[in-house]
Ligand binder design. Structure first.
Ligand code: LMR
Length: 399
């Protein structure tokens, strides 16, 4: 049966971690997969998460099934984290969330639901976008279309081109946005641009699907939710896929949520029932541990404070690394302007290198990044900064 299945290349992002781990060079630097690291290069368990985990171990008395939508209390706090307590859509009782296996699970369930509701709907995805959006959404049978987003020449968001394509999106199609910390470019939409896109969604009657994988790692917990909050207030239908991998550091626990904002309570209930039917057919119910930790933290004012302080420190560290990288590159490669890196947000930025230069950085210096020269800024550290800056300058000038 399986003899005709060919050997596939490794995943363009996850495969980098494997190659990095096998590299014996003591100077190696992992700027590949989007995982937060501290100055020592480790991804420690956040103190709030460790405390919540202790609490869970103490309080959990059974491993019986939880609920198909995950812990009901967790869904409430997740709604408030995303939309803000007292949001008009929450007051109108038109929001329902389910917990999912990570943000990936949320995106796939969203795609399955869209397929059920409107099999011919197309999903418009930014160019570039996170590589895994294509299999997650396309794998459910949806057709993907592209809209321009990032201008590689000016290293900035190309909002005019984006608008010119999105003004032609037919009613009933879906447009995928990144709530903050655009992956892979780090170039985010401003509040004014979110307003224009919300007006456009109303006018064109397309449905936004918002990937919120980095809430709190860009400008702040509230600021990074500006787009989802505005769209949920003004539009009848919005879909949001949240990940708790990065902002709670729960990567391996696969914790995420899918939030549906519907036109009214009746539709919210119908959509919720459809979501549960989709997940029952895919994986029955979500994993419990990661969501339970999120639940415990967000229900405790003390742990929420601790968590958001830790998150603020992570955010500040990334911003500091961005500025340090710009300064280091200005030193080693003064003829090239990398100042855009300090203006971008979240874990990722494009260096603007060719594939050959990226390959050289890997073979000659054991510096790992995706082939399009996306770097995970959080993989840098002060002690590796000069090595990386010097290597990039050498890789660029040997062309
Ligand atoms: C990334 O883009 O590196 C992260 O979102 C991890 C992943 O699963 O690709």
């Amino acid at each position: 049966m399986f003899e005709d299945l060919p050997l596939l290349p490794s995943d363009p992002i996850l495969g980098l971690s494997v190659a990095y781990r096998e590299d014996p060079n003591p100077d190696k630097v992992d700027l590949g997969v989007g995982v937060y690291r501290n100055e020592a290069g480790a991804t420690p368990i956040m103190a709030a998460v460790a405390a919540a985990e202790q609490e869970r171990l103490r309080a959990e008395t059974s491993k019986a099934y939880t609920f198909p939508a995950g812990y009901p209390g967790a869904n409430e706090v997740v709604n408030e984290l995303l939309l803000g307590a007292g949001h008009s859509a929450l007051r109108a009782d038109r929001v329902r969330s389910i917990q999912t296996p990570g943000g990936c699970g949320a995106l796939r369930v969203a795609a399955e639901l869209i397929t059920r509701a409107r099999p011919k709907a197309r999903v418009w995805v930014s160019t570039p976008s996170w590589a895994n959006h294509v299999p997650l959404l396309g794998g459910a049978g949806l057709t993907l279309e592209e809209y321009p987003y990032y201008d590689y020449e000016s290293h900035s968001l190309d909002f005019e081109s984006m608008l010119s394509v999105l003004t032609r999106v037919p009613a009933g199609d879906v447009v995928l946005f990144h709530a903050s910390c655009h992956n892979p470019s780090g170039a985010d939409l401003s509040p004014e641009q979110w307003r224009q896109l919300t007006d456009l969604a109303l006018e064109r009657n397309f449905v936004p699907l918002i990937d919120s994988a980095y809430q709190g790692l860009g400008e702040g917990l509230e600021e990074d939710a500006f787009g989802p909050r505005l769209m949920a207030e003004r539009l009848p239908e919005v879909i949001v896929a949240s990940s708790f991998s990065k902002n709670f550091g729960l990567y391996r626990e696969r914790a995420g949520a899918l939030t549906l904002v519907s036109a009214n309570t009746e539709q919210a209930l119908a959509c919720h029932s459809q979501l549960l039917s989709v997940t029952r057919g895919l994986y029955s119910m979500p994993p419990a541990h990661g969501s339970a930790i999120v639940d415990i933290i967000l229900h405790s004012p003390e742990l929420t404070r601790l968590w958001s302080d830790e998150l603020a420190q992570m955010r500040a560290r990334i911003q500091g690394l961005r500025q340090a990288l710009v300064a280091t590159l200005a030193n080693h490669l003064p003829e090239r302007d990398f100042s855009f890196i300090a203006r971008e947000r979240g874990m990722f930025s494009f260096l603007g290198l060719s594939e050959a230069q990226v390959a050289r950085l890997r073979t000659d210096y054991s510096i790992y990044m995706t082939a399009n020269s996306r770097i995970n800024v959080a993989g840098l550290s002060d002690d590796k900064m000069d090595y990386v800056g010097r290597a990039i300058a050498q890789a660029v000038s040997t062309d």
